[in-house]
Design a protein around this ligand. Structure first.
Ligand SMILES: [Zn+2]
Length: 400
């Protein structure tokens, strides 16, 4: 029987500072109650007596589960399994950026997506094989129609198209990718470094559409800034016509010098993502909290950094039920600890690639503390949701 004192919530996150851009909450104290797989209540104060378990997250930052718009879980040597590096870094939803194409998507789904706790979506590579085999070079394997058909078959999992790494002289892969996206009402994420026959300005001003995304936006290989560190005018023009810019940190695609200059000149990213794969993790620990920390170091306000890592990618992939802490919504929640050092240069953040693999020192970093996916605790670094060990029952002699 339920009385007024009975717990009605499964888990209470108590005392945290909440950022939930979809609901206009920006750095305010809120308690969050979870029942089953949904957010049951978000209030300035909820009594712990109403919850079976309470985690004291005072002083910590609570946000919707992070959404990584660019990661690699299939298709080539560097791909990783989603769960170990997503759930341990407050990421509850991640998008595989082009690991599979229309020929290989089903295999990807069977072997990775359907077996992962992390919610995984896919951008379908315009190359039929995705990043398997001779990736992304075979024009004959790039069919707008077959890509369209596969997206139409699995709109629940495929959220757009990826075009990347093509070494030929022409625009065919991009134009076909755009065509497939146009026919399916989705978008293209593009990773094409400029070449003599494929200049960057032409790409972002003529070949890409409103809503299409340039990833690796602060990479030396896609130089946003000129020799005087000025953001090139055509990037602003592209932004004006609706082209979006994603961080896609990676192991060779983030330059402190470019990122800082861009932020200083008001060219912030639309979305923050990791390009997570084996090398980006080993080279730069390029997780979502780490990449978000770098944008904070550049001077982007925390509220904006959270929005770029939750609500914006949720909307971009057409899943506005994610990326929020709305009551009755899916209980995907991130709890982050803001680690600070006494000196303001006590921590090092590395960059990569042609920028020379430099380090930048700063005094604060976002650390993943708790990840809740669909109401279940998937990661709890300090056991904040657990009972103290002294409550362990005494040894039962019947057990071996
Ligand atoms: Zn990538």
């Amino acid at each position: 029987m339920t009385t007024s004192n009975s717990p009605i919530y499964d888990l209470l996150l108590h005392g945290g500072t909440v950022y939930d851009p979809a609901n206009g909450i920006s750095g305010e104290k809120r308690d969050i109650a979870i029942s089953g797989s949904v957010i049951a209540a978000v209030e300035p104060e909820i009594s712990p007596s109403l919850a079976r378990r309470t985690a004291n997250v005072s002083g910590m930052i609570v946000t919707p589960g992070l959404i990584d718009l660019h990661a690699h879980f299939f298709g080539y040597f560097g791909a990783i399994q989603p769960d170990p590096l997503c759930l341990s870094t407050c990421v509850t939803t991640a998008v595989d950026a082009g690991g599979s194409g229309h020929l290989t998507f089903d295999h990807f789904n069977e072997t990775v997506i359907s077996r992962s706790t992390t919610r995984v979506f896919a951008l379908l590579n315009i190359a039929g094989e995705g990043m398997v085999g001779e990736p992304e070079q075979d024009l004959e394997g790039m069919s707008a129609e077959l890509t369209e058909n596969k997206i139409a078959q699995r709109p629940d999992l495929i959220v757009g198209v990826k075009v990347a790494h093509y070494g030929g002289p022409d625009w065919e892969p991009l134009d076909r990718g755009v065509e497939a996206a146009k026919r399916t009402g989705t978008f293209v994420m593009v990773d094409q470094s400029p070449s003599a026959s494929r200049p960057m300005d032409e790409m972002i001003l003529k070949h890409m559409r409103d809503g299409d995304i340039v990833t690796h936006c602060y990479a030396v290989s896609k130089p946003m800034t000129d020799a005087n560190d000025k953001v090139r005018e055509y990037f602003f023009k592209a932004r004006d016509r609706g082209v979006l810019f994603d961080v896609g940190h990676g192991a060779g695609s983030f330059s402190w010098r470019i990122a800082q200059a861009a932020v200083d000149q008001g060219f912030l990213p639309d979305t923050i993502s990791t390009d997570l794969h084996r090398h980006s993790y080993l080279t730069n620990q390029a997780t979502m909290p780490e990449t978000m920390s770098k944008m904070l170091v550049c001077g982007v306000p925390l509220a904006d950094v959270v929005e770029m890592s939750t609500w914006r990618p949720a909307q971009k992939i057409g899943h506005p039920e994610l990326g929020t802490l709305s009551v009755a919504g899916i209980a995907d929640v991130a709890v982050l600890r803001q680690a600070r050092t006494h000196a303001d240069d006590g921590l090092g953040f590395t960059d990569n690639g042609s920028s020379g693999n430099r380090v930048r020192r700063a005094g604060h970093r976002l650390e993943p503390e708790i990840t809740i996916k669909g109401g279940s605790v998937a990661w709890d670094r300090n056991g904040l949701t657990r009972d103290d060990w002294q409550y362990t029952v005494t040894q039962d002699d019947r057990l071996p």
